[in-house]
Design a protein around this ligand. Structure first.
Ligand SMILES: Cc1cc2nc3c(=O)[nH]c(=O)nc-3n(C[C@H](O)[C@H](O)[C@H](O)COP(=O)(O)O)c2cc1C
Length: 237
């Protein structure tokens, strides 16, 4: 460490390749939570998420949905509101997520953002999203846009999620679903299959090592300093 004088040696560990390849791994189905950003009865972002869930189930995942109806605006109710508690429980349960939002005025919908804003970065010392996987999807009323998936990626980074490279953007969504809400065959449908295939792979690859993957030097320094302070205070009394 002679050429890195700013490094705190107690907190600096060489990258441990063995920790990245655990000897045993979980065998349960990958748990995927799907969120959608619309309350409309005939919502194409929900239909797209439902189509994604069918594909995920076929790939061997276990899927759950959160229904955003009745979720209060952020800070309108305390966090023990039953819909907030339901959302947070589902986020705790999952190992990966799908976020499917409409594009509205060139941005994700408020319904989508509200759900994400109710998910805390840290909850009772646990970081419920950190190191979990994320796939982002959007539906457009007009021609294909990537504004919303790009914004969702920024939120994914903020929540310390591992957002997979592939993504879905369905243009003219009103023309892509039948009367029952099933997606018609198209390149957009095939793309959703690709995205879900990738999501399952990345979830299987990372779920057993997620704490290790996102363990940060700067946070080890912070907790080391906090611990030293506490110990020194205890000695002083
Ligand atoms: C207020 C409003 C703004 C919209 N802005 C856009 C937009 O910027 N780009 C776009 O492609 N579609 C836009 N749309 C169309 C929606 O994306 C489209 O209706 C979509 O299907 C809505 O999602 P949902 O079916 O899940 O409710 C807008 C629709 C509304 C009502």
């Amino acid at each position: 460490m002679t050429n890195l004088p700013n490094i705190k040696p107690d907190c600096f560990h060489p990258v441990d390749a063995d920790a990245l390849f655990p000897a045993s791994r979980s065998s349960h189905k990958p748990r995927i939570l799907l969120l959608y950003g619309s309350l409309r009865e005939r919502s194409f972002s929900r239909f797209a998420a439902e189509e994604a869930a069918r594909i995920l189930n076929t790939f061997g995942a276990e899927t759950r949905f959160f229904d955003p109806h009745g979720l209060p605006m952020v800070d309108e109710s305390p966090a023990d509101h039953p819909k907030v508690a339901e959302l947070r429980d589902l986020v705790g349960w999952c190992e990966g997520m799908v976020w499917s939002s409409p594009e509205r005025h060139g941005a994700m919908s408020g319904v989508m953002k509200s759900q994400i804003d109710w998910i805390p970065l840290s909850l009772g010392g646990v970081r419920p999203t950190q190191g979990k996987t994320l796939a982002v999807m959007q539906v457009c009323g007009g021609s294909q846009s990537f504004n919303t998936v790009n914004q969702l990626r920024i939120l994914g980074r903020w929540m310390r999620l591992l957002t997979i490279p592939n993504q879905s953007s369905v243009a003219k969504a009103w023309d892509e679903f039948d009367a029952e809400g099933r997606m018609k065959p198209s390149a957009y449908y095939d793309r959703i299959v690709d995205v879900m295939e990738e999501l399952v792979r990345f979830t299987l690859l990372t779920r057993d090592i997620r704490d290790h993957l996102v363990d940060r030097y700067s946070e080890r320094v912070e907790s080391h300093e906090a611990l030293s302070k506490r110990v020194n205070q205890a000695k002083a009394v």
